[in-house]
Design a protein around this ligand. Structure first.
Ligand code: ADP
Ligand code: ASP
Ligand code: MG
Length: 457
């Protein structure tokens, strides 16, 4: 039994859905398909929600019409639209989106609950389209509403799955369909509370949906089909020519995802680890490429470092105690302030009276700085990035530290740290220096294989 998840670019247009259909058709045995929204649609929906919240109903309604139109064009290109260009299964989804947008613009407010109902439209519509495309190709595909499968808490916009209840739903809704050899197609990212209120698992959450469903079904493998050849030695948008990493352990993959390798949602690995299910990252444009296999077994015969990751934008906050608090009081004050603001700390370095924190650079940073000022002198640098070298052998390996620092040469580095997992070395640099710093680290730790030289004739 295989769970196959296809990301936004892998369902972005009719050609992509055609490739998806061939990949699904070629997979033997029982299979469940989890899909993201069409590429760019979640961003478009969230922008639409902001327009509605600002009371701009005309613009918001025009945006809804464009989103609907994009789906209808894909459906038409796949031969799924009826004579009047409509797709019956999609109409209720867009009618509900229209109502949500009208209500939000009347209220001039979009609550997290409403935002989730709006954002969920993307996966509800894309999964309907994919199910219809697979059926049109002759596969026994059946659409399943993700809200009947993934049960979550009510933490709207980043809800957490309730695994026991989800297991019961999966057994009730999905297992019987698979037993009848049907290909189950559902939307990722979306779930519902026990009461049936729509939630989402947070941005990039379709990978997590696939892992949750895979773990609940006791799948043999969870496949993450995306637009690159697997987990690469660095983000290809930053470094030229990164290479696929053929094998990773769960912990290395988890670390890379947490440190910014966007190809996997950071929570994806957790359900897979619990049930010891291999995760394979594959390229839907090049299904023949081997991709990356992520398993419990640590990869054999690999060099100490396996890949680089970049997390940004970050703000680096420095707090120097004025001495009015004793060291442990100072530390616990800072910890309590961060906890109250629910601030995500990417990296921390501490000396007795001085703390340096790299935190996500978002709208909360100014408020947190104000609060911290009562414990000491605070300074802050915005627009920073954490670059990490992840690998099984970075623990206690001074040559990796030394190598990283030597590679960075004159690029200013404001924090250098062995990350707490013991598997990574991290440096914080200015965002402006990211490309140069990543390229130098990549050249140092993942040099291109030497090109054979041929004697001139
Ligand atoms: P999907 O829509 O398939 O979920 P994402 O955009 O979420 O795809 O993730 C794939 C993207 O992740 C790649 O196109 C790449 O730009 C980015 N990425 C960042 N770091 C890495 C890495 N180390 N290896 C592969 N891709 C990476
Ligand atoms: N469509 C959602 C997003 O863009 C979830 C996903 O693609 O994984 O964040
Ligand atoms: Mg993704």
């Amino acid at each position: 039994m295989i769970v196959m998840k296809f990301g936004g670019t892998s369902v972005g247009d009719a050609d992509a859905i055609g490739r998806l259909s061939s990949i699904v058709a070629a997979q033997r045995g029982r299979k469940a398909v989890v899909v993201s929204a069409l590429s760019g649609i979640t961003d478009a929906l969230l922008r639409t929600a902001r327009l509605a919240a600002a009371g701009d109903l005309d613009e918001a309604s025009a945006a809804v019409a464009r989103i609907r139109q994009r789906h209808l064009e894909v459906a038409a290109a796949l031969g799924l639209a009826n004579a009047s260009g409509r797709v019956d299964a999609l109409e209720p989804i867009f009618a509900e989106l229209g109502s949500l947008v009208r209500a939000s613009s009347l209220l001039r407010e979009v609550s997290p609950r409403a935002l989730d109902a709006i954002a969920a439209t993307g996966e509800l519509a894309s999964s309907r389209l994919v199910a219809a495309a697979l059926a049109a190709r002759g596969l026994p595909a059946v659409w399943v509403d993700p809200r009947l499968v993934i049960v979550t808490d009510a933490d709207f916009t980043h809800a957490a799955p309730l695994m026991d209840e989800t297991l019961v739903s999966v057994e009730r809704v999905v297992t019987p369909l698979l037993a009848r050899q049907q290909v189950v197609v559902t939307g990722g990212y979306v779930g519902a509370t026990r009461e049936g209120v729509t939630t989402t698992l947070g941005r990039g959450g379709s990978d997590y949906s696939a892992a949750i469903i895979g773990a609940s079904l006791g799948a043999d493998e969870i496949q993450i089909w995306t637009d690159v050849d697997g987990m690469l030695t660095a983000d290809p948008r930053i470094v030229e020519g990164p290479r696929p990493v053929t094998e990773l352990s769960f912990s290395e993959a988890h670390e890379l995802a947490n440190l910014g390798a966007k190809v996997l949602h950071p929570a994806t690995v957790e359900p897979a680890v619990k049930c010891d299910i291999p995760v394979r990252v594959l390229n839907s444009r090049r299904p023949e490429a081997p991709g990356t296999l992520i398993t419990r077994r640590p990869a054999q015969g690999q060099s100490a470092a396996c890949a680089l990751a970049c997390r940004r934008p970050l703000a680096v906050i420095e707090i120097e105690s004025r001495g009015s608090l004793r060291p442990h009081e100072f530390l616990s004050f800072v910890a309590a302030t961060l906890e109250r603001s629910q601030m995500t700390v990417a990296l921390m370095s501490a000396a007795q009276s001085r703390l340096t924190l790299a935190v996500e650079d978002d709208a909360q940073v100014d408020g947190v700085i104000e609060l911290l000022k009562s414990a000491g002198d605070v300074s802050c640098q915005r627009g920073m990035a954490l670059l990490s070298l992840v690998g099984k052998g970075t623990q206690g390996d001074a040559s990796l530290f030394g190598g990283a620092m030597a590679a960075l040469q004159d690029i200013p580095v404001c924090i250098v740290s062995q990350l707490p997992s013991g598997r990574s070395v991290g440096v914080v640099v200015r965002e402006d220096d990211v490309r140069a710093a990543m390229t130098r680290l990549h050249d140092r730790f993942f040099p291109q294989p030497a090109v054979p030289r041929y004697a001139e004739a």
